[in-house]
Design a protein around this ligand. Sequence first.
Ligand code: ZN
Ligand code: ZN
Length: 209
Amino acid sequence: MLIQKFVLGPIDNNTYVVVSEESKKAFVIDPSFGSIDKLSEFLEKNSFTLEAILLTHSHWDHIADVKIIKDKFFIPIYIHKLDANSLENPGPIDFLPSLKVEGVKPDVLLENGKKIKIGDIDILVLHTPGHTPGGVCYLIEKEKTLFSGDTLFKGSFGRVDLPYSNPEDMINSLKKLSKLDSDTKVYPGHGSFTTIGEENWMKDSDKFI
Ligand SMILES: [Zn+2]
Ligand SMILES: [Zn+2]
């Protein structure tokens, strides 16, 4: 399994492309602004086929290029059912009114425990609300790899003071993630790579939130 990271957009989003090397099938997680160009170039250069768009949640910085990618590749969009509405109706970006994000209808509505297979990669959906009601992490158990969106960052967690955020849900979500194997690799929605073991504080997250 190959992971390509692009740092994109006005608030440095991590957009990940994950490739099953044997089948050359790929999926993109949280395509931010400018993903379409980076992605197209990367896929063409390596003869990879894009199979799906996986979203950790529906905030504008994570969904910016979803509509453009969908229109070009005609592939399914996956998002938790509780974040689907704001993917379809993203609304204006308050502090960057010149940037526009187009809404789009998702194809697959996720819930906790749902399994997705792309190429030979098995992905398990973990519902981790708190930052948004429909926030999810994507766990690839065989590779001990977690894409944590804006739930878990290196040394930190996603904002819980936003509309629809819920601090108590965030505490429960972080405690849930703390139970994963400590050598699980974590690829967050912003900032640096980390591991579950390095983020030991999650067990006592109620003291910080
Ligand atoms: Zn967010
Ligand atoms: Zn974000």
